[in-house]
Design a protein around this ligand. Structure first.
Ligand code: ZN
Ligand code: ZN
Ligand code: ZN
Length: 145
């Protein structure tokens, strides 16, 4: 069951790479596959470590992530500690994060309430608008300690 899902996501990674006119290499497929299977967001080093025995060298991970970012397949996330992290940019599941200041756990917040603000920005004549909004707090587990 688990491997079936995993295989499907590998195929999805392959499809996305081809659709974006990037040449399909084993490392690109593994890196994008990893981001499809795991939410993250991850730093380049974390992706590199997470790939385990599928790992390619770190420079390749950096290069691939930069290419994916240019192709709008991944997006950069800033979690307030100066480290750049990336996650798969899923247009259909736009979301924000809440990060625990103590244990650094990252939870997804599925809802977005800023469409009205985006409309205001659009009214000012801007197009191709994106936004970035993350929340920080102390999670219930950490608070209980
Ligand atoms: Zn916590
Ligand atoms: Zn996310
Ligand atoms: Zn949003």
């Amino acid at each position: 069951m688990k491997t079936a899902v995993s295989k499907k996501l590998d195929q999805k990674a392959e499809k996305l790479i081809k659709e974006n006119n990037l040449s399909l290499t084993e490392s690109r497929k593994n890196i994008l596959g990893y981001l499809l299977k795991n939410h993250g967001p991850f730093s380049v080093e974390e992706i590199h470590n997470g790939l385990g025995n599928k790992a390619c060298n770190l420079a390749t991970v950096y290069r691939s992530i930069a290419q994916f970012e240019n192709s709008n397949l991944v997006e950069r996330r800033y979690l307030g500690d100066g480290i750049l992290r990336y996650e798969y940019k899923d247009m259909k599941h736009h979301h924000h994060h809440i990060i625990c200041r103590i244990c650094k756990n990252v939870a997804k917040m599925k809802y977005c309430f800023v469409s009205e603000i985006e409309q205001m920005v659009r009214d000012k004549g801007y197009s191709d608008i994106t936004h970035s909004l993350e929340f920080f707090g102390v999670c219930a587990k950490c608070k209980a300690k």
